[in-house]
Write a protein that binds this ligand. Structure first.
Ligand SMILES: Nc1ncnc2c1ncn2[C@@H]1O[C@H](COP(=O)(O)OP(=O)(O)OP(=O)(O)O)[C@@H](O)[C@H]1O
Length: 220
């Protein structure tokens, strides 16, 4: 079977910084896997998510995603895949404050120009219902609670039914009840659609609920 993700990084360096991260780092991920990434602060977890999520292509090494070599993809293709195949669950602050929750969630549909498609409308209703945020659709993010905003970020991440969900500290700002809701939503997507989950976290309890845990080590 071909891996969904096949990453072989020699190193990632930043301009003006005298060090590199992700030295000789290799990762293979299969479709439907639940993987978590842990490691001390500054080791490169978010940088790795940015590479996997096609936000960063500036590193030494190769990356095959869906059997295509990422470095050979055009900028348009990269943007299309980021929008359609990958869902990013970032901190709640990733919402646009001037838009309603509904418009925030529908942004990926608008980028793909499919927001009027009837099947898409059905999917939108289903996701909203599953996540339980019907009552806040007309509100602006700052009129919502932190837990509601997190669920809206999640809804936006899954509205395109992505094959991969990348989460960066998805439960960091949530209380216990909302944390459980968020974890259930993530794992439900995995169960129902075989969505691959890659979760960066400092929370060992959350990490250990994944099938596989990778610890990033600091390179000397
Ligand atoms: N755009 C950038 N320019 C320069 N250095 C950067 C940039 N992004 C990250 N770094 C550096 O790369 C290293 C890894 O950062 P990264 O955010 O990936 O770590 P992390 O493991 O996610 O940390 P944390 O757990 O604190 O979020 C850090 O030393 C950071 O300062």
């Amino acid at each position: 079977m071909t891996s969904l993700i096949k990453l072989e990084i020699q190193k990632k360096t930043f301009k003006k910084k005298g060090f590199s991260i992700l030295n000789d780092f290799e990762l293979k991920v299969e479709p439907g896997e639940r993987l978590s990434i842990i490691g001390e602060s500054g080791v490169g977890k978010t940088s790795l998510l940015n590479i996997i999520g096609l936000l960063d292509t500036q590193y030494q090494g190769s990356y095959k995603l869906f059997d295509s070599s990422v470095k050979e993809l055009s900028r348009t293709k990269l943007a299309e895949w980021r929008n359609q195949k990958i869902g990013f669950v970032l901190q709640e602050s990733a919402l646009i404050h001037s838009l309603t929750i509904e418009d925030n969630i529908k942004l990926p549909l608008m980028y793909a120009n499919i927001e009027k498609d009837p099947t898409v409308q059905d999917h939108f209703k289903r996701i909203i219902n599953k996540i339980g945020i019907e009552s806040i659709l007309n509100k602006k993010p700052l009129e919502c609670s932190g837990g509601q905003r997190s669920r809206a970020v999640f809804a936006r991440a899954v509205i395109m039914n992505p094959q991969i969900i990348l989460s960066d500290e998805p439960t960091a700002s949530l209380d216990l009840a909302n944390k459980e809701k968020m974890i259930n939503l993530l794992f439900d997507m995995n169960k129902e659609f075989n969505t691959t989950l890659i979760t960066v976290t400092h929370d060992l309890d959350l990490a250990n609920r994944h099938q596989r845990v990778i610890t990033l080590e600091r390179n000397e």
